[in-house]
Design a protein around this ligand. Structure first.
Ligand code: HEM
Length: 317
């Protein structure tokens, strides 16, 4: 093969197999979301259906201050949150079990910003941004492509085996546990880092109290909020020595030290139209001092993909 032919075939191959940069990977992943779910103009490409809430986050067990200097754990923070259905369907049904998300935009008492976005999975289906892009490609292509990907990807097989066994009970947003999935570091005053994951766990059972229909989660949460407090505990799990903080597809098994670091109390909910969450990009890498990202490559990939989605929806696309 002459040099020119080698160059052309390399370019062709790389455009099929691997996008040239992290930015291309993000654009490519968003393209797959758009192919799979279609585009709802001006809306998020994932977690498209949802609504806003406001509330506050207050510190609980001060043992957490042994691990982190974060102002999250020093006073009451104000929160603009968003609860959502996972996936790009703006019209997803509420009356069938699904996976959900919770985004938190936190302003601490000392006026620092800290963003979190969590979901209801126990761990991620794949380890790397490249594998996630490939999985999304496969999903956009159909069941056969997903089966072929699953055959060669052990992470996805472990994920499927675990999550298919989880109970499929319909639970409202306010009664659901949300997990950080990715790991982060807590940083103390001596700059010592501790790897953690966390979950927001409802303090009490929250029931389905209004008639179940296509859209009823908003009315349900409104009714529960009128009746009693809606509060989640922020439960921080400290990594053991053998836990891998850079692989979100790997659950942390066995006994762990857990600290109930804070509690999140909802004060009101509102639609996206009337609330304050629609124009927030819940970028998981905006952290208060006292937190640092792990080297999990999915975190930067999430930032990149959220930015593409955010840019498009702000442009009305
Ligand atoms: C590389 C992996 C991932 C990709 C490509 C991705 C993609 C996206 C995109 C495009 C959005 C919409 C962003 C916007 O327009 O504001 C989004 C939202 C969201 N993602 Fe991810 N995601 C990934 C991993 C995760 C993980 C691991 C979690 C949970 C820990 C998560 C939780 C959420 C939540 C809760 C939202 C909704 C935030 C909101 O309400 O605005 N994502 N994701």
């Amino acid at each position: 093969m002459n040099k020119k032919a080698i160059f052309i075939s390399t370019v062709l191959l790389s455009s099929v197999l691997a996008p040239a940069s992290a930015q291309d990977l993000a654009t490519d992943t968003i393209k797959s979301f758009e192919q799979l779910f279609g585009v709802t103009k001006g809306k998020r490409r994932n977690h498209t259906k949802g609504f806003c809430f406001i509330g506050n986050l207050s510190p609980k067990d001060n043992a957490i201050e042994n691990y982190s200097t974060s102002s999250l754990f020093k006073g009451t923070s104000q929160v603009i949150g968003r609860l959502s259905h996972k996936g790009g369907n703006a019209n997803a049904v509420d009356d069938k079990h699904a996976d959900y998300g919770m985004g938190l935009s936190i302003t601490t008492a000392s006026n620092e910003k800290h963003l979190m976005s969590m979901n209801t999975l126990d761990f991620f289906p794949v380890q790397t941004p490249e594998a996630f892009a490939e999985l999304m490609h496969a999903k956009a292509s159909g069941a056969e492509a997903v089966a072929a990907f699953k055959k060669k990807n052990a992470d996805l097989r472990r994920y499927g085996a675990h999550h298919s066994k989880k109970p499929k009970t319909l639970t409202p947003y306010e009664g659901t546990t949300f997990n950080s999935i990715n790991s982060f570091y807590l940083v103390d005053e001596n700059n010592h880092k501790t790897a953690v994951r966390w979950s927001f766990v409802p303090q009490q059972t929250q029931s389905l109290v209004v008639p179940q229909q296509h859209n009823f989660f908003y009315e349900n949460m409104q009714a529960n909020l009128k009746d009693h407090p809606i509060v989640w505990d922020m439960v921080v799990t400290i990594a053991n020595d053998n836990d891998d903080e850079n692989n979100a597809a790997q659950p942390w098994a066995g006994e762990h030290t857990q600290i109930i670091a804070a509690e999140l109390k909802v004060s009101a909910i509102s639609t996206e139209q009337n609330g304050q969450c629609e124009n927030i990009n819940y970028d998981p890498l905006v952290l208060s001092k006292g937190f640092e990202p792990s080297n999990d490559p999915l975190l930067q990939a999430r930032r990149n993909a959220y930015a593409v989605s955010f840019g498009r929806r702000l442009a009305g696309q």
